[in-house]
Design a protein around this ligand. Structure first.
Ligand SMILES: *Cc1c(COP(=O)(O)O)cnc(C)c1O
Length: 450
């Protein structure tokens, strides 16, 4: 029998867990892109409504989740936690592998957890329209869905290469009422500038962010929404880890290691931060972020101040970065192609509280196919990095002659990524190591912060 741990609906968490007050040192200040001086809340108000700006900077450990947001979350939460018994058997491991499944949300990933919160606070503040970017389309579709729930129009700048490769994510966004453009567009100064320099530009998340930020900053009725990286996004995702803690209790175990894949850091933060709280209070638990070798932000990027976008319009944050002009190779884990990382996750990596690992994409697809053929769920290519890390943890424990309790976040399903699976199965996917020289060159363009 498969082992599945479910919580009753009333056990949807009532608070988000804010890690900031528990950090070993206060977070580095966020800087204004023009002056490179610390930003004030007003500086961010063209982009975000005040409650989200307050959450971004809050020192309050537990922030109540509004009832309207809990009701929206109840459409798919609490999400199930499984013990991967069939996978364990196939591996022949003595370790116990658990996964928290976030693919049960309407958009098929963890991203609606923050999309509904962000849409709620914007609607409450009288905002009519949201502008955002999306890479593979997971975030754009999550925000489109949340916009429908709270009566907001949504415009999505979708990285051009994904716009062309993932037509069904576009269909999903349009079905949920959103307007979708291939970025770079000719609708913004940022988009026109990039097209002027690189007429064949396939786009990048950094460029699409510039377009969405410009759109929001130049319209009174519009604000911006980001699906990862920022503190308030990581905060909203902590429902995942809090539920997982209660479910691990039902299973009668506590994890030795907690794993999430890492793009901008939000699903990792979601599962790991509540356990990081335990760790900072003396509990023995390892926290592992898994990323692709083609976009090795945490494992090979520099921990430094950098811009969040290509055209240098966003605030400057201290984070692991590959450089704001990073041009990602076309790997399929679209959601893991961002040059930067969550400042909070970066700080935990720098403090030695979080470990980072990187895997090439073919090894991750191999892990994904093994997972699909045992546990049944077809994972998102992004999530496959966490699966690969979990399998490696189990193998290493076996080699060392002990057993480990392993928990990972299965951040989404891969039903819109079947083109990538086809390519993998046809032997057409290549591994790619992001070149050292490209990182060196980008590091010369970091802002000069004293
Ligand atoms: C967007 C996405 C990611 C990466 O984003 P994080 O902010 O690092 O979580 C991972 N998995 C899935 C399924 C995604 O859609």
């Amino acid at each position: 029998m498969p082992l599945k741990y479910l919580l009753p609906e009333e056990q949807i968490p009532r608070h988000w867990y804010n890690i900031i007050p528990d950090l070993p040192s206060p977070p580095a200040p966020v800087l204004h892109p023009g002056t490179l001086q610390p930003v004030k809340p007003e500086d961010l108000s063209p982009l975000f409504p005040m409650p989200l700006i307050e959450q971004e900077m809050s020192a309050q450990r537990e922030i109540p989740i509004p009832e309207e947001v809990r009701s929206a979350l109840a459409l798919w939460r609490p999400s199930p936690l499984f013990r991967a018994v069939a996978l364990e058997r196939k591996l022949g491991t003595r370790s116990h592998i658990y996964y928290k499944y976030e693919g049960v949300s309407p958009a098929g990933s963890h991203k609606p957890n923050t999309a509904v919160a962000q849409a709620f606070y914007n609607a409450k503040a009288g905002v009519r329209r949201l502008a955002t970017e999306t890479g593979a389309g997971q975030w754009g579709s999550s925000l489109a869905f949340a916009g429908q729930l709270f009566g907001l129009a949504v415009t999505v700048y979708m990285v051009k290469v994904s716009y062309e490769q993932k037509p069904y994510r576009r269909s999903l966004m349009r079905t949920w009422g959103a307007e979708v453009f291939a970025s770079p567009t000719d609708k913004t100064n940022a988009g026109r500038a990039i097209r002027g320099q690189h007429p064949d530009s396939q786009g990048s998340l950094g460029i699409a962010i510039s377009e969405a930020v410009e759109d929001a900053a130049s319209r009174e009725d519009t604000k911006y929404a980001l699906g990862s990286v920022l503190n308030h996004v990581c905060l909203h995702q902590t429902v995942v880890g809090q539920e997982a803690q209660a479910q691990m209790k039902l299973a009668g175990e506590y994890p030795d290691v907690v794993i999430g894949c890492h793009g901008g850091g939000s699903n990792f933060a979601g599962i790991a931060f509540p356990f990081a709280r335990d760790k900072m209070h003396g509990k023995q638990v390892r926290l592992v972020a898994a990323e692709p070798t083609s976009c090795p932000t945490l494992t090979r990027g520099i921990y430094a101040y950098d811009f969040g976008d290509t055209v240098k319009m966003t605030p400057v944050m201290k984070m692991h970065t590959l450089g704001h002009d990073f041009m990602p190779p076309g790997i399929h884990a679209g959601g893991l192609r961002y040059h930067g990382a969550s400042p909070l996750v970066s700080q935990l990596v720098a403090a030695g509280l979080v470990e980072a690992v990187a895997y090439p994409q073919r090894a991750c697809f191999e892990a994904a196919v093994l997972f699909a053929s045992t546990e049944g769920i077809l994972p998102a290519p992004e999530s496959s990095h966490a699966i690969k890390a979990a399998i490696e943890e189990a193998r290493r424990a076996d080699a060392e002659g002990h057993e480990r309790v392993i928990l990972f976040n299965l951040s989404g399903h891969g039903h819109f990524d079947l083109g990538a699976y086809d390519q993998y199965l046809a032997g057409q996917l290549e591994d790619f190591e992001y070149p050292h020289e490209a990182i060196e060159a980008s590091m010369k363009k970091l802002p000069d912060v004293g």
